[in-house]
Design a protein around this ligand. Structure first.
Ligand SMILES: C[S@@+](CC[C@H](N)C(=O)[O-])C[C@H]1O[C@@H](n2cnc3c(N)ncnc32)[C@H](O)[C@@H]1O
Length: 230
């Protein structure tokens, strides 16, 4: 499964940012901005961007928290390379790039003040293990910010996914990325993933506390915030 996902993202990497903007009508920028604002104070000095892809979250965080040091990790070298091209030379020293798996993070315990993961955890085989890894690398009191398309549990979101998500996204995604199934995968992975309430429970079972749920654009995207106990 994870080899297929790595291959999928590697193939769509050159078009990934363009398609994100197109398919979300650029609303994803607002969703990311809101997520990152929860790590925007100078107390979050060292931050992990998990499943960092082409570094949209990393670059947004450096706008809002300009002194942060960010370690951006993804298992697709092509996604990271596409992201590397976006880093202005003034920010190069503040961003570390790591090609590695979320299930075995190459960092010591309690390394980070904060961690964020946007639209990545849905692709990870074992979310329980990924959350335990995140918990391990956060310092006590460290904050985790997750942006995700969870399995819809409300009528309006189900309607969105069964119309726009089911027909428009796969068709346009196929046309622009020229990958036959990448954007159908998106639709299927949402259907198979946890709902927001299931995921909140998984966070609590993994040791996180102060769990907050913020629904974005009627619940199409969801922002989860949690903290490691201090
Ligand atoms: C939908 S993209 C999101 C990228 C970025 N966070 C963003 O907001 O645009 C998901 C990313 O997760 C990465 N990914 C999926 N599973 C992974 C894993 N097990 N370990 C590391 N990266 C993974 C993929 O390579 C891909 O770049």
């Amino acid at each position: 499964m994870s080899e297929e996902i790595k291959e999928l993202f590697s193939r769509i990497a050159p078009k990934y940012d363009f398609l994100n903007g197109l398919l979300s009508l650029s609303i994803d920028r607002y969703w990311r901005r809101e997520a990152v604002s929860h790590l925007a104070t100078p107390s979050f000095k060292k931050v992990l961007d998990l499943c960092a892809g082409t570094l949209s979250m990393t670059l947004e965080l450096l706008k809002q928290n300009p002194t942060a040091q960010i370690e951006a990790l993804d298992f697709s070298e092509s996604m990271l390379q596409a992201g590397k091209k976006r880093i202005p030379s003034s920010l190069k020293k503040q961003i570390g790039l790591f090609c590695a798996d979320s299930l075995a993070l190459p960092f010591s315990d309690k390394t980070f003040d904060g961690a964020m993961c946007a639209y990545g955890l849905r692709n990870v085989d074992d979310n329980r293990k990924a959350l335990l890894e995140l918990y391990r690398v956060l310092r006590p009191g460290g904050r985790l910010v997750i942006l995700e398309f969870f399995r819809p549990d409300r009528f309006a979101t189900r309607l969105f996914h069964s119309t726009y998500g089911r027909f428009f996204i796969p068709a346009l995604g196929r046309l622009v990325s020229r990958h036959p199934s990448a954007y159908s995968y998106l639709k299927n992975s949402v259907k198979k993933f946890h709902s927001t309430s299931e995921y909140s429970k998984l966070l609590a079972d993994s040791g996180f506390e102060k769990i907050e749920v913020h629904r974005q654009t009627g619940g199409v995207s969801t922002l989860l915030i949690a903290e490691k106990s201090s």
